[in-house]
Design a binder for this molecule. Structure first.
Ligand code: THU
Length: 301
């Protein structure tokens, strides 16, 4: 999922870790099974502004936590997963994605609610983002059964993103979810020179996931592969035990290059390596098969 972030004047000064939000958006896309790359505009604002928008757009003169304005009109009983054609109508050539709409979140309201519910601002913001995103995907909560379905989608996406309540432990994402998250990361590849887009999703032993995409450079040799981007993101967040990596590319089978095999071997010689490419083809190997007799930390001890 592509998030186009915006902060209302002054609010950008509030320190906010956007990484869990970006992962939550990807996990919503994967949970829904979005049939194409999608983009959303996300505005962080305050109570006064969200109240004004609520009054003008919905005739409700009150501040609220989140507002969403979908661009796609879904046929009754359908959500984004089954609305490929309706999504296509919102295809934006500049974004190279289908524009699902706008989400406004009041940081003031979110902070108040986090306190009230006794959980972190991170959990509250991720929840509000997931709620807004599922609205943009065609979900609603006016009827009890609709509400139940929407809540279940939100919880599934938040769990996949590793955003749990304090008393919950993380479940393990499925291979399909890892592969889908790698495809989401692939859409963010920066590859203007090779045009070879790669995305990776690394699974940690504790259930967390870290994604990465390849980042090229005009000085070609400085390019960083998707796998190493994911590893470096994970290690710099304190994660060092990995059980699987999923890698996605568009056309050719993206078995990791030699440099990435070596970097993965540093942390996880027993890693499972899953790859996916053209038309959803999937293959699997172990890192030991890809890098026999790997040289690692043990050889230096
Ligand atoms: N690439 C990866 O991201 N992972 C690999 O394991 C092999 C290659 C990227 C690097 C470069 O941006 C593009 O693919 C073409 O080499």
């Amino acid at each position: 999922m592509r998030l186009d972030w915006e902060w209302e004047a002054g609010l950008s000064a509030i320190p906010l870790d956007t990484e869990p939000l970006a992962l939550t958006a990807d996990c919503c896309a994967v949970t829904e099974g979005l049939p194409c790359s999608c983009a959303v505009h996300l505005l962080f604002t305050d109570d006064a502004h969200i109240r004004a928008v609520n009054a003008t757009q919905r005739n409700v003169d009150a501040a609220t936590d989140v507002l969403s304005f979908p661009t796609v009109s879904y046929a009754p009983g359908h959500t984004a997963r089954t609305s490929r054609r309706a999504l296509r109508r919102e295809y934006d050539t500049e974004l190279n994605a289908c524009f699902l709409g706008d989400i406004l979140i009041s940081l003031e309201h979110a902070a108040m609610q986090a306190k009230q519910y006794g959980h972190s601002l991170k959990r509250e913001l991720c929840y509000l983002l997931a709620h807004g995103l599922f609205h943009l995907c065609g979900y609603d909560h006016t009827q009890p059964d609709e509400q139940k379905e929407m809540r279940a989608m939100e919880e599934k996406a938040l769990e996949l993103a590793g955003i749990t309540r304090d008393d919950q432990s993380l479940g393990t994402p499925t291979d399909d979810q890892l592969l889908a998250l790698a495809r989401e990361a692939m859409a963010r590849s920066y590859s203007p020179y090779s045009h070879f887009k790669v995305g990776a999703c690394l699974l940690c032993a504790d259930g967390r996931v870290f994604t990465g995409s390849n980042v090229e450079n005009a000085s070609f040799g400085l390019t960083n592969c998707a796998e190493r981007t994911a590893v470096f993101r994970a290690v710099s967040e304190g994660a060092k035990e990995f059980t699987a990596i999923a890698i996605a590319a568009e056309h050719a089978a993206p078995w990791p290059c030699g440099a990435c095999r070596q970097v993965l071997n540093e942390f996880a010689p027993d890693l499972r390596v899953l790859i996916t490419w053209e038309n959803g083809l999937v293959a699997e190997a172990t890192l030991a098969q890809l890098l026999p007799h790997g040289f690692g930390p043990a050889e230096l001890s």
